[in-house]
Design a protein around this ligand. Structure first.
Ligand code: SAH
Ligand code: SF4
Ligand code: F3S
Length: 448
């Protein structure tokens, strides 16, 4: 009887947009081999966790989650559980899962998702665990993708990272930079446009390195790729992330300015405001370089929204260095920032540094930083009061069905009471007048 029913999968995703997009591919692959999405974890025949290890709390969440799955496996021994994503790339995690979580059936890597059908079939056939990852060198193209949002899509342009910022585990778990062929990227975006997608976000750990790994005579850089994407009919908004400040070229700034559909928003992680810390982080730029870059961007694209990532409590960070970060945030007046307390990652250079900052000092600095970031964000949003903005409507807001939400090209979330709260509004670009700027959102009203 069991086999006659359609098998169901449940997929949990942690971490960054790269992982979110990998999960969309994972869902595509599973649906192609006959699985359908389970409404709850309890009704699943296959549970996959797509994990992140960028900070310790991300890692702990996996173990918490795995603990919760044990009773399900006891109840249903046929249940298959797999762990993929960045944590699965770490030998220490693989050992821990092998020893302490015997009910995990298999591990899978971000770069060999196409092997999932084979792995699942093998486990069903043999019943034995598969804890080795096969290492793929080539990018596998044309995987099926299940996208949740019909109007906005992620498109990977480059995999991996070569930068080795001293705090960061990503280069160890995602490998070296590998650019996708431009013709594959363009064809994917054309396909999306033909299905009604309006907004794309080009993804990479550092999109500015795009194309540098191609042979000299086939060189195409990120600015060229943006220009090509800008010419695709039907795509009205182009975003990209993440940009490493050291690689953001003048050519790209000019291209952003010239390309009609490229949004006036840039996520430009600065990480710290002190030159001593930036050097220890191996970021390869100075505070002065970053401020100069911001000035150049604002001169060319006056209403550009700037967002960033900040780390406090990096080894050796003194109160003076932290003040440099606070001052930089005040000087730039970011529209928003993700703020993190430094989390040591085994295997990275910074984890070995002797000058680790006590946890309570990190937390104290984090709260002080968040306060300044929030003040700046609110002030930036208040400056928009009275202006009119075009938003792409996403649908009813998370809290109230009758209030709708949409995003400006500068990536700000606007909440508004629609004249007619109808699903027809979703995916449409409409004009709103901004009435109030708050810390995380804007309130507006629909105008004709
Ligand atoms: N490739 C992107 C994103 C990397 S991870 C980039 O270069 O910006 C996202 C953010 O997590 C980083 O920008 C950094 O601010 C933060 N991060 C990475 N490793 C960290 C660590 N060990 N502790 C705290 N924050 C970290
Ligand atoms: Fe990590 Fe730095 Fe690479 Fe970003 S650029 S993924 S922070 S090593
Ligand atoms: Fe996490 Fe991997 Fe992304 S470690 S932040 S999911 S690249």
């Amino acid at each position: 009887m069991e086999n006659c029913q359609q098998q169901k999968y449940f997929l949990s995703t942690f971490g960054c947009q790269m992982n979110v997009h990998d999960s969309e591919k994972t869902a595509g692959i599973l649906e192609k081999i006959g699985y359908s999405k389970a409404a709850t974890v309890e009704e699943a025949d296959l549970i996959l966790l797509n994990t992140c290890c960028v900070r310790e709390n991300a890692e702990n969440r996996l173990y918490g989650h795995l603990g919760n799955l044990k009773p399900l496996k006891t109840k249903n021994p046929e249940l298959i559980i797999g762990v993929g994503g960045c944590m699965a790339q770490l030998p220490s995690v693989r050992e821990k899962i092998a020893e302490s979580y015997p009910y995990v059936d298999f591990l899978f890597g971000a770069y060999n998702l196409h092997r999932l059908p084979e792995l699942i079939a093998k486990i069903k056939e043999t019943g034995s665990r598969i804890l080795q990852l096969s290492q793929e060198e080539e990018i596998v193209e044309d995987l099926p993708v299940v996208r949740e949002d019909p109007y906005r899509a992620w498109v990977t342009v480059i995999y991996g990272c070569n930068n080795f910022c001293s705090y960061c585990i990503v280069p160890y778990v995602r490998g070296r930079e590998k650019s996708r062929r431009p013709e594959k990227i363009i064809a994917e975006i054309q396909g999306l446009a033909s299905k009604g997608v309006k907004e794309i976000t080009l993804l990479g750990q550092n999109v500015n390195s795009y194309g540098l790994d191609f042979p000299e005579d086939e060189r195409m850089d990120f600015a060229d790729l943006l220009a090509a994407a800008n010419r695709i009919k039907g795509i009205t908004r182009i975003r990209f992330q993440t940009s490493h400040p050291k690689d953001l070229s003048d050519k790209l700034i000019i291209q952003m300015m010239a390309a009609e559909h490229v949004c006036e928003h840039l996520h430009l992680p600065v990480q710290a405001g002190s030159n001593k810390i930036l050097e220890a982080m191996n970021r390869k730029y100075t505070r002065e370089y970053y401020l100069n870059l911001v000035e150049k961007l604002r001169a060319k694209i006056p209403n550009i929204a700037l967002t960033t990532d900040l780390i406090v409590g990096f080894p050796g960070e003194e109160e003076d260095d932290f003040q440099d970060t606070l001052n930089l945030v005040k000087e730039v007046e970011f529209d928003a920032a993700f703020t993190f307390a430094y989390s040591p990652r085994v295997g990275t250079k910074a984890a070995e540094m002797k000058t680790q900052v006590p946890e309570e000092v990190k937390m104290d600095r984090l709260y002080r930083l968040i306060e300044v970031v929030n003040q700046q964000a609110k002030a930036a949003n208040q400056r928009l009061e009275g202006s009119s903005e075009t938003i792409l409507v996403e649908g009813p807001s998370a809290k109230k069905q009758e209030i709708f939400a949409g995003r400006t090209c500068s990536n700000k979330l606007v909440l508004f009471p629609p004249k007619r709260p109808s699903v027809e509004l979703v995916g449409k670009e409409i004009k709103v007048q901004i009435e109030k700027g708050l810390t995380y959102t804007l309130r507006g009203k629909e105008i004709d």
